[in-house]
Structure formats: structure tokens, C-alpha cells
Design a protein around this ligand. Sequence first.
Ligand code: P5A
Length: 439
Amino acid sequence: MRLSHSLIPTLKETPAEAQIASHRLMLRAGLVRQTSAGIYAWLPIGYRVLRNIERIVREEQDAAGAQECLMPTIQPAELWRESGRYDDYGKEMLRIRDRHERELLYGPTNEEMITDLMRQSAKSYRELPQILYHIQWKFRDEVRPRFGVMRGREFLMKDAYSFDLDYAGAVVSYRKMMLAYMRTFQRLGLKAIPMAAESGPIGGNLSHEFIILAPTGESQVYYDSAFEEIDYLARGADGFRHDDASDLERFFTEMTTHYAATDEKHDKAAWEKVAPPRRREGRGIEVGHIFYFGTKYSAAMGFGVAGPDGKQVHPEMGSYGIGVSRLVGAVIEAGHDEAGIIWPDAIAPFRAAILNLKRGDAACDRICEALYAKLGAAALYDDREERAGVKFADADLMGHPWQIVVGPRGAASGRVELKRRATGERHEIAVDDVPARIA
Ligand code: P5A
């Protein structure tokens, strides 16, 4: 993309409404703009990041054997009357009437709809287990939308739903998703701790939140410092298989041996057993939440399948959410400095920015155009008529992993400066070596 012809409205000033770093930086780097309270438009570079996160989430769901589908955002009220949640959900639910006075709602989650879809077709235990997921916009009319995309009213969620014949099967599905989540967060460069959590309005009795430690987080958390010492990132990824129940049990045990809980689930007696020097209290951002809730929806909505003995059984269910749009903010909270964002390579909007320090200089223009042609979609070419200082500041602000700085002195001898955003290291190298170095 050429910066001169892009909707990337970077701001020098800090927007007054933004209270936390990620919100400030998302506005300043031109990732998003608020269109109504808690509702955001994703501008080109913000949308690239959102799609990159979505891709990683999708790949890990697929690897765990979950099937992707896409349910609508608008749902009929009747489904929610069947489960009893239409009234329970209260003011957070956006209720809509169509021209025929039919009651609709903008979905805050999809347990009812997926249960309805399964009950229309699954008739036998032989069709189970199954896990379905989609990545779709949700609406919750939060009383206090804040911190930008972190607590929005419209937000993008990956929500998965598991159906099993019995409790033992449901536990396997639950652990499978937990493993997929640890891998997902690892690939996003985040250290997410699974913490015992209250299951809230989704219901059920086994639930974990995935928390990223950050002083600006909205959740109060308690955990054993073992989570800081142990390299959970490496463990989550390696050595455990999705398709082996005993492997999944070992994984689950490792993840839940040490004390880690959110405020609602904080168990004073269990906390006292953690050696005092290892006790940690802090704030965290909830980037994911998983629930086992048994037959709550299948029973309420009359979804049964024929069991092995021919008798009808209500499938055991679970649901598993990841805050995809919230993750954009969470990744920035975890990776930034005074100058701006520092994207992990895996989700950066562009691998590199090409900074043309002297437009109109024949050698600079030629080298920049050649690099841009070669790198294609991986590069953002800053071809604006701007001072070098502005280009440096914007590149740091936008946080591209690499900056390729093309100035007249080096260009004359076919050399450019390569800067790594995360470390600040700079090297002068030959133009021809650039693609391999940043690959
Ligand atoms: C699980 C999937 C559920 O809704 N039903 C389907 C279950 N869980 S949840 O915890 O309520 O939400 C899942 C994740 O979505 C993110 N999230 C939000 N992100 C931005 N703004 C919001 N207002 C918001 N509310 C929830 C969180 O990451 C949460 O873990």
C-alpha cells in the first residue's frame, strides 16, 4: 500500500477520550475510529490486524477438529424464549422489531441458535461428538463501553460450541478447546493464564477465563507466581495432542495445578496454601472464556438424540469464546513503548515500511519503487511529501516489525538502513539483501 493514497489517519496529539495505551495508540496509529458509543469502524491497517488474528484463531480451531460455520447476527426472539434467556438477559440485549412486528435481536452469543441447528438434524449418538464455531460480530449494550475495542458494544467474537453424548466426552471437548486456546495465544505472542472463573449468565459449573496480565485490565486476579516462571507458552504448544484423551488430561492437569483465579472465584483457603512469596495479585484482561454447562440448553430446548440403548439423551454441551477484536487492544497493551505499537511478526499489518526520505531524488525513488514491487502486500510504502522526522515517527507509531530507510547518501551506493522496531537495532545493508533479511 502507498501511504500517500491510504486512509491511515495518524494523529500527533493524544486523543482526550482515551484512558489506556492501547486505545490511545489505536486511534493515533489510525487503526479504528468510533462511529457511535462503543462501536468502531476498522480502517485499513486496523482491519489487517483483525484479520490476521482471526486467521490464527481459525487455524487453531480447525486443527482441533472444530467445524467453521457462519450464523447470522440477527436472531429470532422465540429461540431465546425457549431457553428462558430472553427476559434474563435484560438491557444488554439489543431488541429489534421488523416491519411485521416480529421480535428479533442482535445476537450477544449463539448457544440457542446452534442448539436449534443441531436439533434439526442430529438424531443419533453416532453423530456425536461435534464442535462447531463461527467468527461473527456480537452486540451487547454494555452500560459502560470503554477502553476502545476492549469493551465495545459491537465486537468480534470467535464462539465455539461442543456437543457430546456424556459428561466424560464433554470434558474431553473442554480440554481440547483449552489446548487450542493456549496455542492460539502463544502464536499471538501473549502469555495467557487459564483461571478458574464464575460461569455467569452462560451457566454451568466448569469454567475458565484466559487472562493476560496488564495493570489496565478490568479483572482482579490472584495467581501463583509459578505462572510467571514456567514457560507455559512452550508447554501449551508442544507435546500434547488434541486427539488423545489421556494427553489432554495431562495437559489440563498441568494447566490447573497451580492456583489462578479471578476475583469471583477467589478461594481464600486455597490461596493460603500458596507459599506467601509466590502469591501474586494483579489486574488482567480477559481474552477468552470457556464454559461447560451440561444439558442446560439441550434440555430446555428439547434437543435429544437416540443413545446406544435407543433412549433419548440430551447432549452435554460447552461453549468457548475468544474476544477477537478485544485481542487487538490486548496485544497492544502487551507490546508498545512511548513511541508507539510494537507488533508481533505474526499479526503485523505489514511486515515492513519503506521510508523514502527524499522523494524526487532519482536513486531514492528508484530503490523504493523496486523494493515496493518486490515486497508487494508485505510492505507499506511511505511515499508522502513529508519530512523524514514525520516518517520516522509514524513508522514507530504504527509499529511495523521492520523499517527500510532509504536516504540519498546510501541510495547512491545501493544501500539502505534496516531497523528492527522491537529492539531498535539498525544495520546498513545492500538493497538486494533486504527481502531475505526481513523474510
Ligand atoms: C462463550 C462463547 C460467551 O459469550 N458464549 C459463546 C460464551 N462468553 S463471554 O465470556 O461472555 O465472551 C467471550 C469473550 O468475548 C470477549 N468479550 C468482549 N470483547 C469486547 N467487548 C465486549 N463488550 C466483550 N464482551 C465479551 C471477551 O474476550 C470474552 O472472553
